[in-house]
Design a protein around this ligand. Structure first.
Ligand code: SAH
Length: 237
């Protein structure tokens, strides 16, 4: 007997002038799988649909001068209101936001309702930014719009939702879980271009495998991301 699908664990509303950009992520990416599995629901609002201007303008020149155009508060705020409801957590994507990381993904995955607001052009009128619950940056570089950043956040959050991934255990042992990078992975064939898979992985001895993986995690993290080790040490004092 088929069980009635439960309500999705997370509802995400995306405010964007370019909803079409999300098509392939929703069709082929993990967020699409999470939607089909019923654990994620995604809706869109386009500020252009909330512009009262006959030519559907959503942007205007910045007061005080300067290059480019700024998203006007009216249509943007109306679009946000159309996908937000009581209890929604509203996050703006912005290069000045807090750096997105695994902890932020886990924090957002625990929400029930999330709204992601994508800027464009020179950005968003400050009076709308002031109403965001937080601002999120995906790195110290400038994208032409918030859509790619929102897709990165959506993907990282969706894969943490219960039932979204084929193997629920895999999220727990991945990079950044426990403050370390992941151990190196190998698969078939056993010998590839003369390079062998480390023998311990074929030994069937789970305790030895675990110890080897832990050692490699520490070595890799020390070599590639020593800042992670320092961060976890300082958080323990
Ligand atoms: N003039 C702004 C940049 C605007 S870029 C500035 O100098 O800070 C246009 C939009 O792209 C932004 O409103 C934001 O939504 C998005 N964006 C650009 N870089 C981003 C980043 N690193 N992380 C998240 N969003 C970003």
């Amino acid at each position: 007997m088929r069980r009635k699908p439960a309500a999705p664990a997370l509802r995400v509303g995306i405010v964007t002038l370019a909803p079409g950009m999300f098509g392939s992520v929703l069709a082929e990416g993990l967020p699409g799988r999470a939607i089909r599995a019923g654990v994620l629901a995604v809706g869109f609002a386009n500020p252009r649909d909330f512009s009262h201007d006959p030519r559907r303008h959503v942007d205007a020149r910045p007061y005080g001068g300067g290059p480019g155009m700024v998203l006007m508060p009216g249509p943007l705020a109306a679009a946000i209101r159309s996908v937000a409801s009581k209890g929604s957590w509203v996050a703006g994507l912005s290069p000045r936001g807090k750096a997105f990381d695994a902890a932020a993904a886990a924090r957002l995955a625990a929400k029930k309702k999330l709204v992601l607001v994508c800027g464009r052009y020179e950005g968003i009128d400050e009076r709308v930014c002031e109403r965001f619950d937080e601002e999120i940056s995906i790195g110290d570089f400038v994208l032409s719009g918030g859509e790619i950043a929102a897709m990165a956040v959506l993907d990282a959050v969706a894969r943490l939702l219960p039932g979204a991934m084929g193997n629920a255990a895999s999220a727990a042992v991945e990079s950044f879980g426990g403050g370390l990078l992941e151990y190196p992975q190998y698969t078939r064939p056993r010998v590839w271009r003369g390079k062998r898979v480390p023998a311990v992985l074929l030994s069937g001895n789970h305790a030895r495998i675990e110890a080897w993986r832990r050692r490699r995690q520490l070595e890799l993290t020390r070599k590639l991301r020593p800042d992670l080790l320092l961060a976890s040490k300082s958080s323990k004092v």
